[in-house]
Write a protein that binds this ligand. Structure first.
Ligand code: ZN
Length: 132
């Protein structure tokens, strides 16, 4: 486990969120990227060694859209950078813990990501990511 890669925040309206995070708080904002596989638009806000990741759903079937319907806006997940995501997933699976993704999928910026189930993480949606 290398570092806290980012903190994901689910937002209803990216422009409205940026009007606060970028324009009021003064964060630099990356250009928006769409991650088709997860139906989200993502903007990163660098913060020292880590980042905030604003997530806006691009369709009603997006997991982030479901989260917003059930819980409203707020912290969605924590992402921890790992060196070898496949090896880490195998170790975690072997421990008997629950994974959402047994194999990595494509994340923003060419990264590989996988989510662990909140039942095994004391209630936190935890993302592992490996730099692309
Ligand atoms: Zn993330």
């Amino acid at each position: 486990m290398e570092k806290l890669a980012h903190i994901g925040i689910a937002v209803e309206d990216m422009e409205k969120a940026l009007a606060f995070y970028r324009d009021v708080l003064g964060f630099e904002a990356s250009p928006p990227q769409v991650v088709e596989e997860q139906q989200v638009k993502v903007v990163f806000l660098p913060l020292g060694e880590t980042k905030l990741e604003l997530l806006e759903p691009t369709g009603p079937d997006s997991p982030v859209a479901r989260f917003l319907r059930e819980r409203g806006e707020g912290v969605h997940h924590l992402a921890v950078q790992v060196a070898d995501i496949e090896a880490k997933l195998k170790e975690i699976e072997a421990s008997g813990a629950r994974l959402i993704d047994k194999t990595p999928r494509q994340g923003a910026g060419g990264s590989k990501i996988a989510f662990l189930h909140p039942k095994s993480t004391s209630g936190v949606l935890l993302e592992l990511c490996q730099k692309g």
